[in-house]
Each structure stands twice: as structure tokens, then as C-alpha cells.
Design a protein around this ligand. Structure first.
Ligand SMILES: [Zn+2]
Length: 280
């Protein structure tokens, strides 16, 4: 390695905190009742005063200000440090996962030239999709809306990343991505059409397409399976406790995001393990 491993983690987690801070701003600016777009300076969510740079340092500022605005004393929502922490943790997890791959390469005689860049691009793909997916996760949880522009941009970016990554066997990669996209989109489109949009929304159909473009076949199956498993494990107890009834809006995109991350990092391992279990 060029850098000691601990320094890699410090840099990656620092990057994750900064990206998490940006995500908070994007979540605030793009909320359904806001007309403001991205690009303006961060403001207090209560009094609208622009924040100074030292009020905008991830985690540190929240702690130093004890969770309150300096002028209006309004509470800074807990969501802010939480989103920063989780983004940083996911970045750390991506690095850990990719370093694990890196060491597998080292054990078979090293990683040089084109292989290194291939590996680095995979890490950057993760760094691109973690904020995108986490944004969809929080936004769907808060507003039960999946922003379609974001999902289509994600689908195109996923295809570009994956076609470059899979360029040594381009036709196989294209086939896997096409099949993944058809299954991901088709699975939700079928339910959307059968239920006339009552079970799931159009946002879930588009997200299914993006998941397919990101994961490809057969990892898309892992994502769908994990999402439904997590979804039912969460929703069934709530139904039993009568906290929710079947007609209430369930932010399904939230579960799809978790399933996608599981499939992105452990999909191949899970498929390998499953094949061993069923002996095929
Ligand atoms: Zn304020």
C-alpha cells in the first residue's frame, strides 16, 4: 500500500462526514415544500440565518453548539449529526470491503497497473452510490417520495461505471446489466400494474430499474430478497402491535436501499454460499 491502512480510514471517514454534511443540506433544500434549489449557502432551519463556516463542521459544530442555533436557540434536528455519522460509517464499510478485495489480490501475486485502477474505480463507484442511495433512504422515510430525476441519473451512472468495470468481458457485462434491469424494473412494474398503483408507487418501479443497472444479474435477486425479508421483519411486528395498518404508507424505497447495499457488497458471497447449501 502507498498509505498506512489507518490513514486510509481516517481520510475515508473524513470524506464520509463531509459528504454527509452535504447530504443534510441537499435533503433540506430538496424537501417537497421548498422552492430553493442547490447552491445557496447553508442556513439555520428555524430562523434562516446563513451559517458561518465554523457552524458547519460535521459533528463538531453540533457538539460545540450543544444542538442549538446561536441566534434563535432553535434545536438543530438530530437528523443532522445522525446522517453525517451514518454516511461516514458507510464510507468506512465500503473501504473495508474494498480493502478486503485488495488483500485477496495481493495474496495472488499483487495488484498492478490496470488492475489497481479497476479496483480504485470500484471504490469510487461505492463513494458515488452511498450518498445517492442514502439520500433516497432518508427522503422516502420522511416524505414517502422517491425523486425520479435522481433515480434516472443514478441508473445512467450505474451503467457507465459498470460497463467500464466490466469492459474486459463487455458482452457478458451488458447481458448481466440488461437482465438485471429487466428483472428489477419488471418485478415492480408487474405489481404496480396488477394493483393499479396501490401496493407500490411509480418511484419503486424506477428504483427497481436503477437497482438492476447497479447490481446486474444475479445480484439483483439478492437485493430484492433482502429488501422483502427486512421489510416484512419490520412491518409485521408493527402490524401486530397495530402501530400501522396495511393501508398506511410504507416507505418501501427505504428497504430497497438497504437491500441494494447488501447485494452490492455481499451479493456474490451470498450467492456462492447459497449454491453451496443447495448443492448447485
Ligand atoms: Zn436559528
Amino acid at each position: 500500500m502507498l498509505l498506512p491502512v489507518w490513514l486510509v480510514y481516517v481520510l475515508v471517514i473524513g470524506l464520509g462526514l463531509a459528504v454527509g454534511s452535504y447530504l443534510n443540506m441537499a435533503l433540506w433544500r430538496l424537501r417537497p415544500d421548498a422552492s430553493a434549489g442547490l447552491g445557496r449557502r447553508s442556513v439555520c432551519v428555524h430562523c434562516g440565518r446563513p451559517l458561518a463556516w465554523y457552524e458547519n463542521i460535521p459533528l463538531v459544530s453540533f457538539g460545540a453548539l450543544r444542538g442549538r442555533c446561536r441566534t434563535c436557540q432553535g434545536r438543530i434536528p438530530w437528523q443532522y449529526p445522525l446522517v453525517e455519522l451514518i454516511t461516514a460509517a458507510l464510507f468506512g464499510l465500503a473501504a473495508w470491503h474494498q480493502l478486503d478485495w485488495f488483500s485477496r489480490f495481493l495474496s495472488i501475486g499483487g495488484l498492478s497497473g490496470i488492475a489497481f485502477w479497476w479496483w480504485a474505480l470500484q471504490l469510487w463507484r461505492d463513494f458515488f452510490f452511498i450518498p445517492l442511495l442514502f439520500f433516497i433512504f432518508v427522503y422516502d422515510l420522511q416524505y414517502q417520495i422517491i425523486l425520479s430525476g435522481l433515480v434516472w441519473a443514478g441508473a445512467v451512472a450505474a451503467l457507465v461505471f459498470n460497463l467500464i468495470l466490466g469492459s474486459p468481458s463487455l458482452s457478458l457485462t451488458a447481458y448481466r446489466l440488461l437482465l438485471g434491469t429487466i428483472i428489477g424494473g419488471g418485478f415492480f412494474l408487474f405489481q404496480y400494474l396488477v394493483s393499479k398503483g396501490r401496493w407500490i408507487g411509480g418511484g419503486d418501479v424506477r428504483l427497481g430499474v436503477m437497482m438492476g443497472a447497479l447490481l446486474g444479474w444475479p445480484q439483483i435477486i439478492v437485493a430484492l430478497f433482502a429488501s422483502y425479508l427486512l421489510g416484512s421483519l419490520t412491518v409485521l411486528p408493527l402490524l401486530a402491535l397495530k402501530k400501522k395498518h396495511l393501508r398506511s404508507e410504507i416507505p418501501f424505497g427505504t428497504f430497497l436501499v438497504i437491500g441494494t447495499l447488501i447485494a452490492l457488497w455481499w451479493g456474490s458471497d451470498l450467492i456462492y454460499w447459497y449454491r453451496g447449501v443447495v448443492g448447485f
